[in-house]
Design a protein around this ligand. Structure first.
Ligand SMILES: Cc1cc2nc3c(=O)[nH]c(=O)nc-3n(C[C@H](O)[C@H](O)[C@H](O)COP(=O)(O)OP(=O)(O)OC[C@H]3O[C@@H](n4cnc5c(N)ncnc54)[C@H](O)[C@@H]3O)c2cc1C
Length: 390
């Protein structure tokens, strides 16, 4: 799974063209609607349709399978820009593209030819079903079982916190095909699970932030999947396949953190110039300058780490350490900047009329999703030792 093909980088002109188009879309079609959609927790159906038209559901899918074939760097910049405006709609394509990446990297040629074009247009769209009520970090402890019966798997179990599972129609589902196998990862497999009988969305979950996008609890009751939908056609490779896709997932969560950190910085820098206390704009008070200085430095450093990880991913290198550093640093920057922005805004930061409280509610998710930041530090330390033997 680590021996990946390098991904062609977009030339600068092409990248700028794509980003300009995206900026126009965000300014005209998204920004004016964010406040209402966020506070009423409304799924942004019209925005999703436009994202389909723009090809965003196929960002990282190879052109030969109908996608845009963008480099990870361009994709990271797309995620960064979207998250500056509204992080929730980034989630609509992010976990979808982790599913697509798992199929693109580990699927059989037949699976790629069938599924990737459907993923690229968004006709089939969704995410990844890994987490369960009793386990998230320790994925080898999952209990969802897929038992083979003839040409089908019969799936029973529960999944928790699955994004895009109410309005989407397909997920990459991590299951145990042989619950007794040792070591535990040998028994894990990944299924392409299209909605059907026995695939039950049991509850849409209420969240602190990340509103508008659907995150649900799922139940599988004798849900039948044809054996042809076992990713790669071989049992026991599911964990490896999922972890490969999560490297891209970590880069995109890092890019979300970067976008959010930048948004908090931009809002704070603007506000600090117009809000006056004791006869001068607050940006002239040293206490505020110290905050702005730290916020700007964090954001710039996060950008370097995110782009470096994306470039390494594009070169086909092993990037668990680089993606871990980018994810850890950029998401902590998002959390810290959102709190600093709230302090700079004073009471208005606490108001639902302004964006700061949304950034403050959205940031903590980034510390948890795609592997908690505690786990990123452990991965970084392990890699550090492995790459530097005494
Ligand atoms: C809004 C939202 C959307 C999500 N979307 C999805 C999705 O689409 N698909 C999906 O599969 N999941 C999704 N998740 C779940 C997410 O991936 C998990 O929450 C995450 O992996 C952490 O798992 P957990 O919450 O079970 O925490 P736990 O694994 O229970 O961890 C609890 C704490 O213990 C720490 N910890 C655990 N093990 C160790 C260790 N070995 N050493 C040190 N510390 C440790 C963790 O860092 C954490 O601080 C989503 C979660 C949220 C909140």
């Amino acid at each position: 799974m680590n021996a990946r093909q390098p991904i062609a980088a977009q030339d600068d002109d092409q990248e700028e063209l794509i980003l300009d188009m995206l900026d126009r879309f965000l300014a005209v079609e998204v920004k004016p609607h964010v406040h209402k959609l966020e506070h009423d927790d409304i799924y942004p159906a019209e925005i999703v349709e436009k994202m389909k038209e723009m090809g965003l559901f196929g960002c990282t899918i190879a052109t030969e399978y109908g996608g845009l074939g963008l480099s990870t760097r361009t994709y990271a910049r797309i995620v960064e820009r979207i998250s500056q405006v509204w992080m929730s709609i980034s989630g609509i394509i992010n976990s979808h593209l982790i599913m697509a990446m798992a199929v693109q990297r580990a699927g059989t040629e037949e699976q790629k030819r069938h599924y990737l074009p459907l993923f690229a247009t968004g006709e089939l769209r969704g995410g990844v079903g890994l987490t369960e009520p009793d386990c998230g970090t320790d994925l080898q402890a999952i209990r969802t079982v897929a038992k083979r019966e003839g040409d089908e798997y019969v799936v029973n179990g529960n999944k928790m916190w699955i994004t895009n599972s109410l309005y989407g129609n397909c997920i990459a589902l991590l299951v145990k095909t042989d619950p007794k196998a040792e070591p535990r990862h040998k028994c894990m497999s990944l299924l392409i699970a299209e909605k059907g009988e026995g695939f039950i969305v049991s509850k849409k979950l209420e969240k602190l932030g990340y509103k508008g996008i659907d995150t649900c609890a799922l139940t599988f009751e004798n849900y039948r999947v044809p054996v042809g939908r076992l990713v790669g056609g071989v049992e026991g490779k599911g964990l490896q396949q999922v972890l490969g896709g999560l490297e891209l997932g970590r880069i995109n969560v890092a890019a979300r953190g970067l976008g959010l950190a930048q948004a908090a910085l931009d809002e704070a820098a603007q506000y600090a110039q117009v809000r006056k206390t004791f006869g001068k704009p607050i940006c002239e008070h040293q206490a505020i300058q110290l905050k702005l200085g730290e916020m700007a430095t964090r954001t710039a450093a996060a950008r370097l780490l995110v782009y470096a990880a994306a470039d390494a991913f594009d070169r086909g290198e092993r990037v668990d350490m680089e993606a871990g550093m980018a994810k850890y640093f950029a998401t902590e920057a998002a959390q810290e900047n959102s709190l600093d922005a709230m302090r700079i805004f004073g009471a208005y930061g606490y108001s639902k009329e302004y964006n700061i409280e949304r950034l403050y509610r959205d940031a903590p998710l980034l510390l948890i999703g795609e592997g908690t930041n505690e786990m990123q530090l452990i991965i970084i330390a392990k890699q550090l030792i492995e790459r530097n033997p005494a």
